[in-house]
Design a protein around this ligand. Sequence first.
Ligand code: NAD
Length: 249
Amino acid sequence: DEKLENKVVLITGAASGIGEQLAYEYGRRGAVLSLVDIREDNLVVVAEKARSLGSPDVIIIAADVSKLQDCRRFVDQTVNHFGRLDCLVNNAGIGKPSGFKDWSNASEFTSIMDVNFWGSVYGTLCAIPHLKTSRGRIVVIASALGWFPLPRFSIYSASKAAIINYFETLRMELGCAIGITIVTPGVVKTDLGVTLIKEERIMDIIPMLSASELAESIVKSACRGDMYLTEPSWVKVLFPFKLLYPPLV
Ligand code: NAD
């Protein structure tokens, strides 16, 4: 098993779902953790469990990743506390089915892009100087919808496609100074995953991944230095089913 003793790992969106399970996976391997979320109450519980699983030190930071000044603050606080940063996991994300008919609620549209895309970019830009020093790694959670968009997920899919393109470009700009693992999961059993499939009858036939199994694959993949983790492979087969969707007009 990969040992990450005293590596400093910062995870955004760590209060629930995939981020929470990532905290346990990294904690189990001996990493010290900086856990960031907009919901501070849950973070306290996650931090305690990560410590009990083997993380030598955990700090929690309440912050909104869609605000640049918050991202500066959580990166600075992490480096001030631990003295370095080895891995940034851009995991915080939101999603809600939104087709062109929902356009009247513009702030809901823009917040999906703000949190998913800009949140990942801001955190990354603030962390790059420290990751360069440690020759560290960035892990970013995009989505299978970034490859295979679905009707009613236009903005969510676009935010994830933007992530894939941004980080692919960044990989070229950074060369081998900092490694990047782009993760594109199918449907995962979390609060967000359940909300998404409730609205999508076609997704009833898609088996859901468990967040803890996914987290284990992500950490292993990042440790191996993989550029991509596409979980699971069947999404490629199922997504052409989108042709069966009735048009919205
Ligand atoms: P989740 O809702 O269980 O967890 C997301 C966490 O992010 C929450 O704790 C939430 O409070 C936090 N968060 C939301 N907005 C934030 C903000 N502005 N600043 C800081 N924290 C914020 O969802 P999840 O399923 O664990 O999602 C994690 C990531 O995985 C997301 O990027 C999501 O898009 C992606 N993903 C999820 C699925 C799925 O089916 N669940 C599939 C593919 C990709």
